[in-house]
Design a protein around this ligand. Structure first.
Ligand SMILES: C[S@@+](CC[C@H](N)C(=O)[O-])C[C@H]1O[C@@H](n2cnc3c(N)ncnc32)[C@H](O)[C@@H]1O
Ligand SMILES: [Zn+2]
Length: 560
């Protein structure tokens, strides 16, 4: 097998997500075309790729589309659920049939919860009538009052309106009769309390103790009615895809939805947050859209069906199986030594995204909250600081080193603008026995349309990714003593060099990082704590350089 030792060096314009990735949200999904290019560059058909942090499944889908074999692992059950659904074959006609049958059974019941009067038709539906002319698309709430709503009628009218009396009475009636309806209809919904957490703190302090409290009573009834009916579907595969659609619906159906100008936004923040003005979005309409997204998504990757064969044991991947999906921590993989051809991955970025805490919101509807013990993340509630994060990364990369064939590559994208976090990642990889190859650091600009996402602005994430190419060394070098003062001088020189020319913080960091990171990778074999100190020093020097109208500073002030 001839392997390229030249690092991947193309700058490619990151493309927007394709339909298969639009079926369900996952946090921090990477651009698919960057991954497919990496796969083409570093592997050949039939090679085995390992992604130990597979997240929303980009490596897996792209790898399988290119006829590679992929072993993907994630500690987060939401990640492996989403990934599995992206690659699991679906009989689309059967799915459509089951959707229609579900629609027959529940659409009118659920839509009845959102009945309203269309001002254009001037028809006021009877509260106790069987059919109504119009339905609410969404309702905007503030302090328990309806501010406005959007309607759609069967005649084709739609628009925003002030709530009328019936809208207010209907919402109240559902609220008052909630227990009775749940008992009568034998509905069940998650009863779990919201665990303490760095990202749940914001709502716990506001008095939300249980996940169900994040939903209006109307939406809870609608969601649990759907769950009940989906569970009755006989075909287990179709049932799973309908649950997947329900899970996709959750992004939109809690009080974490809101209006941004005219745009309806589901929950897209990387923290739990209920806006003072929040939206109650029609669950049936959202669910129907999610089902359509699944039909489009699965339709776009039909070619995967021909080869799909999932392995439960590694040996099967050597035969005709082409994919293994493991929901576990990657620090202890059920794979033989020197068995995979390449590692292509996108590790977690310090405390930037707390996947586990955020995923619990979905997981309570699927499986229950996640065991986060070995999640590589910085999280004070979990008692994990930078060192713990680095320790877990190190154990995962050691495992990668063990299962990777000799003379092979570990390729990772990394999205953080914090040099301290980057240095932790680099150190973990180097300490595990890898070397950053010459030219093995490349900056990839972000997907243009997503640069303005609230999250990117808020945390000041480096909006593009660095792509790192490491090489497996067979012998681990001993630690080397570095002269801290000399290294700091080198850091200063690099920072000074770019300080004048750079116009924005992003540009400045980008230029500085391109030179500093390879040095950090060289210095990573220094004794413990040392590299972090240098990275902190560099961060503090970088921060001294002030920019006017900084994208990040501006964004932070907007987010405050
Ligand atoms: C940056 S995300 C990967 C995103 C992915 N590239 C995508 O495009 O969707 C990092 C992932 O690492 C996972 N993770 C964290 N610690 C882990 C561990 N010890 N073992 C396996 N996965 C872990 C998180 O659950 C998260 O899904
Ligand atoms: Zn009308």
């Amino acid at each position: 097998m001839s392997k390229s030792k030249n690092p991947f060096s193309k700058t490619i314009e990151a493309k927007q997500h394709t339909p298969v990735y639009k079926m369900h949200r996952y946090f921090a999904r990477r651009p698919h075309n960057v991954f497919s290019e990496l796969i083409k560059h570093y592997t050949q058909e039939g090679d085995i790729i390992l992604d130990p942090f597979c997240g929303g499944g980009v490596t897996v889908v792209e790898g399988l589309l290119l006829n590679r074999k992929v072993i993907c692992v994630d500690i987060n059950p939401l990640a492996t659920f989403v990934t599995e659904m992206e690659i699991l074959p679906l009989d689309i006609d059967e799915f459509k049939r089951e959707f229609d049958s579900l629609k027959q059974r529940v659409q009118s019941t659920i839509s009845y919860l959102y009945r309203t009067a269309c001002p254009e038709c001037l028809v006021s539906p009877s509260l106790h009538g069987l059919a109504s002319e119009a339905f609410l698309d969404w309702v905007e709430w503030e302090d328990g009052q309806i501010l406005k709503c959007r309607y759609k009628c069967l005649e084709g009218h739609s628009g925003e309106k002030e709530p009328d009396n019936n809208d207010i009475i209907l919402a109240q009636e559902i609220e008052n009769r909630f227990e009775e309806i749940v008992a009568r209809e034998n509905l069940s919904f998650p009863k779990q309390s919201i665990p303490d957490g760095d990202k749940t703190d914001s709502i716990l302090r506001k008095g939300y103790d249980y996940f169900w409290q994040l939903f209006t009573k109307r939406n809870l009834i609608a969601l649990s009615t759907l769950v009940k009916e989906i569970r009755k579907v006989d075909n287990p595969q179709i049932q799973k895809f309908l649950l997947f659609a329900l899970s996709g619906t959750l992004k939109w159906s809690s009080k974490q939805s809101h209006l941004r100008g005219d745009v309806v936004e589901g929950w897209a923040m990387h923290a739990y947050w209920i806006y003072p003005r929040n939206l109650e979005i029609n669950v049936w309409e959202t669910f129907a859209k999610r089902c359509k997204a699944i039909i489009a998504g699965k339709g776009s990757v039909k070619s995967l069906n021909n080869h799909y064969k999932r392995a439960s044991l590694f040996d099967e991947t050597l035969k005709d199986a082409n994919v293994m999906v493991l929901n576990q921590s990657s620090d202890n993989l059920p794979l033989p030594d020197k068995s995979v051809d390449v590692v292509i991955t996108d590790p977690p970025y310090g405390g930037n995204v707390n996947y586990g805490e955020l995923a619990d919101y979905w997981l309570v509807w699927l499986d229950g909250v996640m065991d986060k013990t070995r999640e590589a993340v910085i999280n004070s509630t979990q008692g994990k600081d930078l060192k713990d994060y680095e320790e877990i990364l190190l154990s995962v990369f050691r495992e990668c080193h063990r299962v990777l064939k000799d003379d092979s590559h570990l390729v990772a994208t990394f999205n953080s603008k914090d040099l301290v976090i980057i240095s932790s990642f680099v150190k973990a990889v180097v300490r595990a026995g890898f070397r950053l190859i010459d030219g093995g650091l490349l900056y990839q600009p972000p997907i243009k349309a997503y640069v303005t996402t609230v999250h990117a602005k808020e945390v000041g994430a480096f909006t593009g990714d660095f792509i790192f190419t490491f090489y497996k060394e067979t012998e681990r070098d001993k630690l080397i003593e570095m002269d801290a003062e000399q290294c700091k001088v080198m850091v200063d020189e690099i920072i000074d060099k770019h300080s004048e020319k750079a116009k924005t913080e992003i540009q400045f960091r980008h230029w500085v990082y391109e030179e500093i990171i390879p040095l950090l990778a060289e210095w990573a074999k220094s004794p413990d704590g040392w590299l972090t100190e240098i990275a902190r020093y560099a961060e503090s020097q970088i921060k001294k350089r002030k920019f006017e109208n900084l994208h990040f500073e501006h964004a932070r002030s907007v987010a405050r």
